[in-house]
Design a protein around this ligand. Structure first.
Ligand code: BJW
Length: 273
């Protein structure tokens, strides 16, 4: 398989294979795969200018999750929690999807059985054009009534009044996101597990792979015999299990994989039937 020599990215070596052989092997897996899943985390949005949670510049270096991202914190001080979320909405509002988001949106079109699961609440996958996105941890652009449970879409930034109130019943609204100690939507996490357990290739992009149950999805895929492709500048607990581990940025690596896929296979044309 002839892959141009400019594929120079740091990647864990497998059994002494060359980088080109590794990329070739990955494209082969991608071409043969019947079900492909991508699981993303905050790292994919880092190149769009949205901070991650962990790591040296992560949000949890400056803010305590216990004070801001738990139901107890919201019950104790909804104004404080809302100030933080309003600040983050303001930060995210002008940010645009990057090349990593765009490749995954293109794969939804190009790869017949492709599913995208994200832990991100920023909405950038949809803005990049992905239509079917399982948002495990909710969406910061949706607000939920603490009394009625109704969910409304709201892109106002800054929010006024703060904290925002339900237009129907006047009760406090909360961000429609999943905080620590809260259960994920059973339908969404159920779909995510079922997709993971029947995929043959899973891309795990930009997540520290420590927050459960999201971090269990690649484990479910591995248990079912899938190959995991990790894209992350740093190693994670998943790295040792990954068949392919690209140590680099999503906005760099995903376009390279996409380029190789298009170059080698003509984007699986003819697979559409
Ligand atoms: C790049 C990059 C570039 C940088 N390109 N990469 C089993 C074991 C232990 C604990 C538990 C367990 N089951 C449940 C728990 C408790 C808890 C949990 O997992 N705790 C662990 C942290 C220990 N889980 C929960 O509470 C969940 N609920 C639940 O399970 O309910 C039932 C239950 C409750 C209690 C006990 C038992 C069962 C809910 C989890 C909700 C997480 N919520 C948050 C906030 C969302 C709203 C908001 O944004 O404000 O979700 S926390 C935060 O972490 C956010 C993220 O989605 C999530 C994951 O973070 P992510 O995306 O991986 O980001 P980082 O920063 O960690 O990593 C970024 C990565 O990108 C790094 O690796 C970088 O290297 C990389 N990177 N630039 C590619 N350019």
């Amino acid at each position: 398989m002839d892959i141009p020599g400019h594929f120079r990215y740091p990647m864990l070596r497998r059994n002494g294979m060359s980088e080109d052989q590794d990329m070739g092997a990955l494209i082969g897996r991608l071409q043969r795969a019947k079900n492909v899943v991508a699981l993303t985390g905050s790292g994919i949005s880092a190149e769009s200018g949205i901070p991650t949670f962990r790591g040296k510049e992560g949000l949890w270096k400056t803010y305590r999750a216990q004070d801001l991202a738990t139901p107890q914190a919201f019950a104790r001080d909804p104004e404080l929690v809302w100030e933080w979320y309003d600040w983050r909405r303001g930060l995210m509002s002008p940010k645009l999807p990057n090349a990593g988001h765009q490749v995954l949106a293109a794969w939804e079109e190009a790869i017949p059985q492709f599913a995208l699961i994200t832990q991100n609440i920023d909405g950038l996958h949809r803005r990049a054009g992905s239509r079917n996105v399982l948002e495990l941890h909710g969406n910061i652009w949706r607000l939920r009534c603490t009394q009625e449970g109704t969910v409304v879409e709201n892109h106002e930034s800054p929010l006024s009044p703060l904290p925002p109130l339900c237009a129907d019943c006047g009760a406090l609204l909360r961000p429609h996101v999943v905080w620590f100690g809260e259960s994920l939507d059973p339908d969404i996490i159920g779909q995510a597990f079922s997709l993971s357990a029947r995929c043959d290739l899973m891309f795990v992009v930009g997540t520290s792979a420590v927050v459960h149950p999201a971090a269990s999805l690649p484990l479910a895929a591995l248990e079912a015999g899938a190959a995991v492709v990790e894209i992350n500048p740093e190693p994670t607990p998943l790295t040792q299990h990954a068949a392919f581990s690209f140590r680099g940025k999503a906005g760099d690596i995903l376009p390279r994989i996409d380029w190789a896929l298009r170059e080698i296979s003509g984007v699986r044309e003819g697979d559409e039937s």
